[in-house]
Design a protein around this ligand. Structure first.
Ligand code: NAP
Length: 301
């Protein structure tokens, strides 16, 4: 195998976040660059909160062509950017930055990735009712995507009620074509919403391997049924307890892997105007998830 040797022309990309050990983005993007013979490299850019402004300045000075942004900086990065795509504006979060001669534009390819997953699953969003569990960045990206697809009603269910209320308020200001509601993550509060929903999306980390224990499913699955599409944005494990319970009840299910791959694909295209090999990326992502799972199990033993 040829070894890639960077030179003064090499385009620099990376992932900006606080804790990055589990990310599969470097495997995907570097594979895409090598596969298409692009003189580019994707690095891990781990940064503590207090350094964010200084760090972004360094990325500009080093002439990074672009970077992804992950937890907890998807919103914090906003003041340092010069412009935004409409989807980033809708989601009020940025996961991809493009640097054009020092002018930084923020995009949200999580929205694109989630939208594509829903469409490819054959689920028609128009006129449907959705429940989103969680009120963080992933919840906002999911809501923005569904609003774009002409959803009729969305309820945000969250552990901290004020956070759900805040998300609903920001979306209410953007559109009056969708019915919004929010509920606390308490069975008595959410059960009717879950029963009557066509689409249920878990955007909390509840169900991830590292969160194993008694509390590994965010809602009581009793209210799920065969008419629903249940999506869990977690991809580690590929089938969470929520998805297992939904499947048992005959619901259509989807894990977080397609959104993850499609958001990376959209960032790659934005930066390079080229498309990576779809099959290869799927294989890389699946293998990387297996590696992460194995490491998590090992760490717990
Ligand atoms: P975030 O902004 O930190 O939001 C996390 C949300 O989960 C908050 O609403 C939080 O509730 C809730 N939550 C956290 N721990 C909880 C618990 N123990 N019980 C109940 N609710 C809990 O994070 P994010 O960016 O939205 O990401 C959330 C998850 O989505 C990630 O862990 C990841 O698995 C997944 N994700 C997947 C993709 C993908 O491409 N597949 C992309 C992005 C995210 P409070 O408001 O009460 O704190």
């Amino acid at each position: 195998m040829d070894i890639f040797i960077p030179d003064s022309e090499t385009k620099l990309y990376g992932l900006l976040g606080k804790t990055l050990s589990h990310s599969i983005s470097p495997s995907l993007h570097n594979n895409g660059f090598r596969d298409l013979d692009l003189n580019a490299i994707y690095l891990m850019l781990e940064v503590k909160d207090r350094d964010l402004e200084e760090y972004i300045l360094s990325l500009k000075n080093l002439n990074f062509a672009g970077w992804n942004v992950t937890i907890p900086y998807k919103e914090e990065i906003i003041p340092y950017l010069n412009g935004f795509s409409s989807l980033a504006r809708d989601a009020e979060a940025v996961n991809t930055v493009l640097n054009r001669r020092g002018r930084l534009t923020g995009y949200n390819t999580d929205v694109i990735g989630f939208q594509r997953q829903i469409e490819e699953a054959g689920f028609v969003v128009k006129g449907k009712r959705a429940v989103i569990i969680g009120a963080g960045g992933a919840a906002k990206a999911a809501a923005a995507a569904l609003i774009h697809l002409h959803l009729a009603e969305v309820t945000i269910i969250n552990r901290t009620l004020e956070n759900a209320a805040e998300v609903v308020e920001t979306f209410r200001e953007k559109t009056d074509k969708v019915e919004f509601d929010y509920k606390a993550l308490k069975e008595s509060e959410y059960k009717d919403k879950i029963k009557n929903a066509d689409l249920i999306i878990n955007t909390t980390p509840v169900g991830m391997y590292s969160k194993k224990g008694n509390n590994n499913i965010a809602i009581n699955p009793e209210y799920l049924n065969e008419k629903q599409f249940v999506v869990d944005l977690i991809y580690n494990p590929l089938k969470t307890e929520l998805l297992k319970e939904a499947e048992k009840r005959g619901a259509q299910i989807g894990n977080g892997l397609p959104t993850l791959i499609y958001q990376a694909e959209a960032s790659f295209k934005l930066w390079t105007q080229e498309m990576p090999n779809k099959k290869k990326w799927k294989q890389i992502a699946e293998n990387a998830v297996k590696d992460i799972e194995a490491k998590d199990i090992e760490a717990e033993e």
